[in-house]
Design a protein around this ligand. Structure first.
Ligand code: NAD
Ligand code: DAU
Length: 332
């Protein structure tokens, strides 16, 4: 039995990881989360108190980290400012949390000699051409496009340097776009589902040709747990489930699942610097560690996600008006 410090455990993927760990192992978890606009205590409701402790705080708070580190066997670092559109409006919190926050955490993990797993994104590699055979691999050069992805890239490089220079027992994973329950309604899939529930037409940036490589959040969680259990210290693993789809197709799927006409969406102004295509080759994770994704059927996963948002309006309703107000400013 291990005790994990899960930073950002009240966010989308972090909370899914906490649920996954409690359901599939006997490990215990301490969640450290600042509860920004993206954090939600309700995402952890109903979990056994004897196995999950919640601590509200900032990952940049060194004193708090000195208190928590001696209590844990490993840090699983999800906390971040995570939304590209927000980073275009105001990059500062991205620098503070993603760069300086990660710096504070790896320094604390170094002081206390705690195993560290850093959660990152495929966006650090930039984008790929549409229709090309190339996919990202672990040695693809970094080439981030947005303030968000550049701060994630910087945080990856800090972790790599701390592993090499100071012997920090660290691993890194870079995952593609996640979907599933507990995702904030600012993000593409939940935004469109909740728009349809509200009788508002989905909003497609530009022509919607941009491709994302979708993976269910539970598959991301199983991959991270696999890396924590069997990953080689100092290594990076790419996580993906062969889920490439363009945004137009995803909106049309959502409309069909929700019983709306195929063309019932609006094209809106595109995202500046909008990455064209992400695609992950996860051969290393699969062959070296034997990881296999369980949610191969994107359509079935999307249907389950639509059901979850229909059934859990009390979870997302408090976020919705503020998220849409931000988009009104840019006309998106
Ligand atoms: P999210 O925005 O839903 O959640 C982020 C969480 O971090 C929130 O609970 C927030 O309160 C917390 N947080 C923010 N700043 C903090 C701080 N300074 N101290 C403590 N807590 C803080 O994000 P997400 O989509 O769940 O992403 C989680 C991680 O996974 C991020 O590191 C992100 O880069 C990475 N990632 C996300 C995706 C995706 O598709 N969403 C894909 C690959 C990697
Ligand atoms: O690839 C991993 C990344 O995936 C993570 O690192 C990020 O944290 C996560 O937010 C996500 O980034 P994206 O920018 O790809 O996700 P987002 O949900 O914002 O948008 C997905 C695609 O949908 C993107 O091409 C932009 C488009 N989009 C988005 C919104 C919100 C629309 O067409 N309409 C919308 O309303």
């Amino acid at each position: 039995m291990s005790i994990f410090l899960v930073t950002g455990g009240a966010g989308f993927i972090g909370s899914n990881f906490v649920h996954y760990v409690l359901e599939s192992t006997d490990h215990r978890v301490i969640v450290l989360d600042k509860l920004t606009y993206a954090g939600n205590r309700a995402s952890l409701e109903g979990l056994p108190e004897q196995r999950v402790t919640f601590r509200q705080g900032d990952i940049a708070d060194a004193d708090l980290l000195d208190e928590l580190m001696p209590q844990v066997d490993a840090v699983v670092h999800y906390a971040a400012e995570s939304h590209n559109d927000n980073s275009l409006d105001n990059p500062r919190p991205f620098v503070d949390t993603n760069l300086l926050g990660t710096y504070a955490l790896i320094e604390a993990a170094r002081r206390h000699e705690v195993r560290f797993h850093h959660i990152s994104t495929d966006e650090v590699y930039g984008d790929l051409e549409l229709g090309a055979p190339e996919r990202f691999i672990e040695s693809t050069p970094y080439n981030p496009s947005s303030p968000y992805s550049s701060t994630k890239a910087g945080s990856d490089l800090l972790v790599r340097a701390w592993a090499r220079s100071f012997g920090l027992r660290a691993t890194i994973s870079n995952c593609s776009n996640n979907y599933g329950p507990y995702q904030h309604v600012e993000k593409f899939i939940p935004r469109q589902i909740t728009n349809v529930i509200d009788g508002v037409r989905p909003r497609l940036y530009g022509e919607g040709r941009n491709v994302r490589d979708w993976i269910h959040a539970n598959d991301h969680s199983s991959a991270v747990l696999t890396i924590l259990e069997r990953g080689r210290v100092g290594e990076t693993y790419l996580i993906g489930a062969d889920g490439e789809r363009n945004n137009k197709t995803v909106i049309e799927d959502i409309l069909e699942i929700m019983g709306e006409p195929a063309g019932a969406y609006d094209h809106v102004v595109d995202r500046p610097g909008h990455d064209l295509r992400y695609a992950i080759d996860s051969t290393k994770l699969r062959t070296e560690l034997g990881w296999v994704p369980q949610y191969a059927d994107f359509r079935a996963g999307l249907e389950a996600t639509v059901r979850w948002y229909r059934d859990n309006e009390s979870w997302w309703r408090p976020q919705k008006a503020a998220a849409e107000a931000k988009y009104q400013v840019t006309g998106q």
